[in-house]
Write a protein that binds this ligand. Structure first.
Ligand SMILES: [Zn+2]
Length: 220
């Protein structure tokens, strides 16, 4: 099978848009190396690319993506830990100043975990991975009078909070957060609405940012 046509066409478009505009910046970054100040931990979902949502330029965001934007707890052992390695590179080598856990609406991973359905099976990787968010489910509690959609949204947001808590289990990161060298943030992107919510640290509530701009766009 040939290299996908979508990628070839996309690369052509990149050449005449991004690359033409950012060529100097790419060259500069190649020589000086990257020094992004912001790390984003997002979901693999094809609809929630952090670079697109935040309109980021090359070298601005250090991104790690995985199923359901999960941060596993600190676990120093002989095994390979991809997220932890990226995290360590972000805070220890690049010395990022912010780490953003970016959750999103309609997250297939969270939905599957909540409903205990495909693509979770006892033998695959996804089930084991998604179990890391179990404490979030306990915190949200039973669905009660919430609609299914509201319940899933609560879970998605609690999953972001759970990842933030797990970030604090990394001793070196924790000490940097405690002395104010790094800030941790939670955010939540509404895929259908394009709305971005940011977690208020004091209340734990997710509140809209740039709400006026968002409203203005949709008023047109
Ligand atoms: Zn997702």
């Amino acid at each position: 099978m040939p290299f996908p046509e979508l990628l070839i066409q996309g690369y052509r478009a990149f050449l005449f848009s991004h690359l033409r505009r950012e060529q100097d910046r790419f060259r500069e970054l190649a020589e000086s190396g990257q020094s992004p100040e912001i790390m984003v931990i997002g979901c693999c979902d094809s609809r929630v690319s952090p670079e697109v949502i935040f309109d980021a330029r090359p070298g601005e965001l250090f991104v790690v993506r995985n199923i359901a934007n999960i941060v596993p707890p600190y676990q120093p052992d002989e095994r390979a830990h991809g997220v932890s390695a990226a995290l360590e590179f972000g805070f220890a080598a690049l010395k990022v100043k912010h780490i953003v856990v970016l959750g999103h609406a309609h997250c297939g991973g969270v939905k599957a975990f909540a409903e205990d359905t495909a693509p979770l099976t006892p033998s695959d990787f996804i089930g084991n991975w998604m179990r890391i968010m179990a404490p979030a489910m306990v915190k949200v509690g039973p669905r009660g009078t919430l609609s299914h959609a509201e319940y899933i949204a609560r879970l998605e947001q609690a999953n972001v909070a759970n990842s933030l808590e797990n970030l604090m289990t990394f001793p070196r990161l924790r000490s940097q957060v405690e002395r104010g060298a790094i800030a941790l943030h939670g955010a939540y992107f509404g895929v259908a609405t394009g709305e971005l919510l940011v977690r208020d640290e004091a209340s734990g509530q997710f509140l809209p940012i740039a709400a006026e701009d968002h409203a203005r766009l949709f008023a047109r």
